[in-house]
Design a binder for this molecule. Structure first.
Ligand code: PML
Ligand code: MG
Length: 253
């Protein structure tokens, strides 16, 4: 029996009543793993650098194992840069190598830089003309239904790559699900955690990790997914693509 565990927390009331987002987490676990992981997730919520939440929401739902699909994790490619400007140039170059137009890459970067507040989910951009194609405003498209198929094995495989840390662990799983989504060619992300300046470009195969994509102290982050609308049709619409991101349970191996 498997269960989905979701946590979200905010300050100044619930998110839907205008509270400021502090943190969120998701796990897909066997029954015997739930108790311990709930404590971990709770600790994380109340010690987050974005602030102490006054609203915490935990949801535990049983999931049908027939609804689970398995996908591979992306390969990590670590880059070196000396400044945010270099990081953003590199992100743009990688996006363009992955069929995103210069216009769309520039627009996505500028949109993320200009945000007044973090987007809760992701923005969907047309990879060719840079138009924002989801109609979700500040809420964006929230990717859920993700976890590693085997947490211990996953952490071990990251360690072998010389990589550790919660931000990376969670972002890599998310990026791997996004990469498995038909119609998405790439992703750009940086964190909303003020001290965390690392970001990445996700492609179909790689997690291109860029050490500086924003200024230290900046509490605004977000994600843009680049969509190839040529891959959409009557049998696979934008709503189907969004449903996959928001609902399909994908375990990353
Ligand atoms: C987040 O946690 O908000 C996103 C983190 C992106 C980069 C994670 C990494 O590769 O270290
Ligand atoms: Mg965060």
């Amino acid at each position: 029996m498997m269960y989905s565990i979701k946590m979200r927390c905010s300050k100044g009331g619930p998110h839907e009543e205008g509270g400021k987002h502090i943190s969120g987490a998701e796990r897909i676990l066997r029954e015997d793993e739930i108790e311990e992981e709930l404590i971990n997730v709770y600790r994380r919520a109340i010690t987050h650098e974005r602030g102490k939440p006054d609203f915490l929401n935990f949801k535990i739902e049983k999931i049908d194992e027939d609804d689970i699909i398995y996908r591979k994790r992306l390969n990590i490619k670590q880059h070196q840069v000396n400044s945010k400007e270099e990081g953003l140039d590199l992100a743009k170059k990688i996006l363009e190598e992955n069929s995103v137009s210069e216009k769309s890459a520039n627009k996505a970067i500028q949109t993320l830089l200009d945000l007044d507040d973090s987007i809760h989910g992701a923005m969907l951009f047309d990879k060719d003309n840079g138009e924002r194609i989801d109609k979700r405003g500040i809420r964006g498209v929230r990717v859920t239904g993700i976890a590693s198929a085997d947490i211990a094995k996953y952490k071990e495989s990251l360690k072998k790559d010389g990589r550790e840390g919660l931000h990376l662990e969670e972002a890599l799983i998310l990026a791997s699900k996004i990469a498995s989504c038909k119609g998405i060619v790439a992703e750009l992300c940086w964190s909303d955690d003020p001290s965390y300046v690392i970001g990445y470009v996700g492609t179909k195969d790689n997690y291109e990790r860029i050490p500086i994509l924003k200024d230290k102290g900046n509490p605004i982050g977000g994600r843009v997914f680049f969509v190839d609308r040529n891959q959409l049709n009557d049998d696979y619409t934008l709503n189907d693509l969004i449903d996959y991101l928001e609902k399909q349970i994908v375990l990353i191996e």
